[in-house]
Design a protein around this ligand. Structure first.
Ligand code: ADP
Ligand code: ASP
Ligand code: MG
Length: 435
């Protein structure tokens, strides 16, 4: 991301800037939007210059997508972006009205008005540069600026969206461009947990986590933050906090963590329930085969995750790879079209799979994490279809029905469960109780 800085912004804006992002559930109704206005008003009263980024109300992005598919089974990517950006536009105007109703000076800006310029990839555009002139002008007038998340504009004026969950990325890129002191991501849970708290009730809130671990967690399915938002926060050292817009309690800090020794080898368990696996049989075993295959997929903007290649003696090989389930069909079409070029025998697309991962910086220096990971799954009778590892994560692919059990078992095995019954909190159970 390249930022075009407004002349002498440091001098112009004396008060510190804070970027506050409110996700869909935080702006899902008139009451919730009023509550958000309350939070922003308090921040403003504290002396901050506020730039607020909003998502579309509740499930409205899903509803708009549903509408689109009633019009056409192949809506064009450009029109899809025109439609979906309307969702964020509603919440930005409503929140601004709520702020104005509290006698606060506020103004809403769409992505293009806020100067968020992206590349041309409709549906998953990347922010290329931000011209902060209009936001700076508003801040200079002491206005609260409310920006529509998830959207931007190409150099030639086309409206784009940043991919599902992209408002987090809008917030962090704006925070970086404005040299904001802090970027707060308000959501429906109290922070980042050791596993999805909506699925694992024993998940524990993490007080602080490094950018690198958070990036892995997000890439591997912890939907609480858009991975690209963390990437940007890491590059530009944006101070990031995830917290609840429902309860006022400290959230999770995402920053450089300088603890001398980490107690836990694994920081979190994640799951991604929509994964597909593609198997390509009997490819010629030549140096350029994999290059050709993965270049074709990259040209169709398909992100490939795990890859396994198995060679046979007769100069043939099989390749299997995993992709997001929603991209499975497209991957299949791309490879079917290139059957002659790739010279393979047949394809097999398997859907209904899930990926379960353990993430932790501590794993780099503590042997035995992989052994425990596999032992836990095998004791639970869960069979694994594919494995991939990095220095700080182990991931495996399995049948979707088994994934939540796997998360739960791994969460317990790696000592992440919250301890409800500590002596201080509730005391030991009374002898004879319940008899
Ligand atoms: P928003 O609409 O505010 O952007 P999201 O639905 O995108 O909210 O993200 C919040 C959700 O992320 C939570 O409701 C929770 O179910 C899910 N989630 C998944 N993994 C985690 C995790 N490790 N910690 C916290 N939340 C998680
Ligand atoms: N409204 C968009 C979505 O539902 C963007 C976001 O919420 O971050 O994906
Ligand atoms: Mg989100």
């Amino acid at each position: 991301v390249v930022f075009c800085f407004y002349a002498d912004i440091e001098e112009l804006i004396e008060m510190a800037i804070i970027v506050q992002k409110f996700g869909g559930t935080s702006v899902s109704s008139v009451e919730r939007i009023r509550h958000v206005a309350e939070i922003v008003a308090k921040t403003k009263a504290f002396g901050y210059q506020c730039v607020v980024v909003v998502s579309a109300m509740g499930p409205s992005t899903d509803e708009l997508i549903h509408l689109a598919y009633q019009m056409s089974n192949k809506p064009s990517a450009r029109e899809m972006d025109m439609l979906l950006t309307a969702g964020e536009q509603m919440s930005m105007a409503l929140l601004t009205m709520a702020l104005q109703a509290k006698d606060l000076k506020a103004r809403s800006l769409t992505g293009w008005q806020a100067g968020i310029q992206t590349d041309q990839i409709h549906g998953k555009a990347r922010v290329q540069q931000i011209d902060i002139t209009s936001i700076s002008t508003c801040l200079e007038r002491d206005e609260i600026v409310v920006v529509a998340g998830f959207q931007g504009v190409t150099a030639d004026g086309q409206i784009t969206t940043l991919g599902r969950g992209g408002s987090d990325t809008s917030a962090v890129t704006l925070a970086a461009a404005l040299s904001a002191e802090l970027c707060e991501i308000y959501t429906d849970v109290a922070g980042v947990y050791t596993a999805d708290p909506c699925v694992i009730p024993l998940a524990r809130k993490i007080d602080e986590i490094s950018y690198e671990e958070m990036l892995e967690l997000a890439h591997l399915g912890a939907g609480v933050l858009h991975p690209r938002a963390i990437e940007c926060a890491l590059i530009h050292q944006v101070h990031l906090i995830v917290r609840s817009s429902f309860v006022d309690e400290p959230g999770t800090w995402i920053k450089e963590v300088h603890t001398m020794e980490k107690k836990l080898h694994v920081s979190g368990i994640t799951h991604d329930l929509s994964v597909a696996r593609m198997k390509v049989f009997d490819l010629p075993n030549r140096e350029d085969t994999l290059t050709k295959l993965f270049t074709l997929l990259a040209e169709a903007y398909i992100n490939v995750d795990m890859i396994v290649q198995s060679e046979y003696d007769q100069g043939q090989m099989d390749v299997a790879f995993s992709v997001a389930e929603e991209e499975g069909k497209l991957a299949q079409q791309v490879l079917e079209k290139a059957k002659e070029e790739l010279e393979y025998d047949r394809l097999l697309l398997e859907t209904g799979l899930a990926k379960v991962s353990a993430v932790g910086i501590g794993m780099m220096t503590h042997p035995g994490v992989a052994a425990k990971f596999f032992a836990t799954l095998s004791e639970a009778g869960i069979s694994i279809k594919m494995v991939s590892t990095s220095e700080i994560k182990i991931s495996c692919l399995m049948e979707r029905e088994l994934a939540l059990q796997a998360v739960w078992q791994l969460h317990t095995a790696f000592g992440l469960d919250v301890k409800f019954y500590t002596a201080e909190s509730v005391g030991p159970p009374l002898r004879g109780e319940g008899t």
